[in-house]
Design a protein around this ligand. Sequence first.
Ligand code: MLT
Length: 282
Amino acid sequence: MNVNQETIVEKVIPLNDFSICYNDRGTGSVPVIFIHGFPFDKSSWYPQMEYLSDEFRVISYDIRGFGKSTAGKENESIDLFADDLINFMDALSIRKAIVCGLSMGGYILLNAISRHPERFYAIVLSDTQCNADDEAGKQKRIETISHVLAGGFQSFADEFVKKIFCSDTLKTKPELVKGILKTILSTSTITVTKTLNALANRSDTCNSLQQISVPALIICGSEDIITPPIKSEFLNNSIRGSRIHFIDKAGHLSNLEQPEEFNNHLINFISAVRNQMDNSSI
Ligand code: MLT
């Protein structure tokens, strides 16, 4: 991912019965928190962390059970992951932040903002959607859980990687593809299957979009087949005053497939939000 991993310092903070491993870099009055998708970890945000940390305080964390965060004993759900985000912010004494979520990270963010709108300065929704799984989607997750439990984790990971990247990335960025495959395979099968269950049972957040009153940026890879552009268009049509960008030659991981373009959209948006906050002295 062209990021010097040696400059990245990891921190750990206990939360109830588990601990969150995170990176916290840079300084600034408006922190930016990144939430990764499934089944990845905080390193999937390193190109954004690297790019923004000269100007902003940027934080990416491993969702419980992923990366180096421990899992705790509670049953995984998107509600629980959203509670974890708020508890994590409390533990870091962050009253409010700009939060950016990709895919499952976006599901968590939409869930959290529907229940705790006062904790967000602005949101970035990348390659995500507000819809819950339909019956066919739930059934597919159940089949995947059985497949993984029957020893099919490697083939699940191999097939998943083919779907998350666009054809250009698969052809031209083998290191990126290999890196993501490694991240997926380093996730425990328990976390993978429990989270698939959490994803299958998540609630729809589409009815809460009209209540969002903070600035919102929506970004989606033009070739995302997991949460296709139409899902982002729906978000954009439903959230007041939001703006949207589609990124060409990108699939589901648009922030990694086209980091320069993604970073440009991101910095323009969060700089505008910060300037607005600074002018109104937060
Ligand atoms: C993700 O990238 O977080 C997942 O693909 C989301 C999903 O499977 O719904």
